[in-house]
Design a binder for this molecule. Structure first.
Ligand code: YH5
Length: 279
């Protein structure tokens, strides 16, 4: 399986790492956008050095409870970073946004892929098809501000799979070829611990749909939730071991791309897992 960008492609027969690059003022506490841009580019280059295969640039926090960001603020955050990164690296850049105008401007600035936690529900898919870039369609129940209040499913695995399969079909009808579609169950997006665990243990059922599968488990609250259910506490800043363990498990279940904050540690884990599988 391959993921085709406009100027390159990624062989997905081994798992690939997408490094998370948040360009939000709160992740760079100095305040100013110039400083945020400089540190974002520096951080992206460090992730590439550590083995990131894709850099996912996001200007809107989609954490539970986060407030929405205006289109012009989001553009101000991400476009300069994408342009600067494109001058420094050939590693494909993905744009993490749900706003069609941001997708367009990001691709014009050099982004090679669109990652939308709303699965292109806010977009006119036929006009986005013309951008000719891969898209990641993610499942979410509800909206970021309220999604963790009361998530409910009869059969979370079947519902998420059916939703994503339908969205993928809609996108194909609107002109996005199947080879440019990636599916993501959306861990933590309107899911409680039991839902997240059921999706992870049954990830093979999503993989069986035939599209590449991307997962984002890195530093998410299911890690302290699992620790708490085992009678242990975990520190807010101390989720690296859990994140790597979850990424390796997801890859064993067939995930093709893992979206992570801790690129070096994840690449180390994946490299060791692969060498154990191969000998
Ligand atoms: C994802 O899964 N996630 S942004 C809460 C955290 C830690 C991390 C409570 N964008 C995904 O990373 N795109 C985000 O601690 C994503 N898949 C895709 N495709 C949320 C996030 C996070 C939230």
């Amino acid at each position: 399986m391959q993921l085709h960008f406009q100027h390159s492609s990624l062989d997905l027969s081994t798992a690939r790492v997408m490094g998370v690059l948040n360009v939000t003022p709160d992740s760079f506490s100095d305040g100013g956008l110039y400083v945020a841009h400089e540190s974002a580019v520096e951080h992206a280059l460090a992730m590439i050095e550590d083995g990131a295969d894709i850099v996912d640039v996001g200007g809107e926090s989609t954490r539970p409870g986060a407030e929405p960001v205006s289109e012009s603020e989001e553009l101000d955050r991400v476009i300069g970073v994408i342009e600067a990164l494109r001058r420094e690296t050939v590693v494909p850049i993905s744009i993490d946004t749900s706003k069609p105008a941001v997708m367009r401007a990001a691709v014009a600035a050099g982004a090679a892929m669109v990652n939308d936690v709303c699965a292109l529900k806010n977009s006119d898919v036929s006009s986005l098809a013309a951008l000719d870039v891969p898209v990641c369609l993610m499942h979410m129940q509800g909206e970021p501000r309220t999604m963790q209040k009361q998530p409910r499913y009869d059969d979370v695995v079947a519902e998420v799979r059916d939703y994503l399969r339908r969205r993928a079909q809609d996108c194909e009808m609107a002109g996005i070829p199947a080879e440019r579609i990636v599916l993501d169950p959306g861990f933590g997006f309107g899911k409680d611990l039991q839902h997240n665990l059921a999706l992870l243990k049954n990830l093979d059922k999503l993989v069986a749909c035939g599209y590449p599968v991307l997962v984002g488990l890195s530093r998410k609250s299911l890690i302290p939730a699992i620790m708490a259910s085992a009678g242990r506490t975990s520190r807010a800043r101390d989720r690296v071991g859990g994140s790597v363990t979850l990424a390796l498990y997801a890859v064993r279940q067939g995930a093709h791309i893992v979206r992570v904050h801790d690129v070096r540690e994840t690449v180390e884990g994946l490299t060791i897992q692969r060498s154990l599988d191969n000998d």
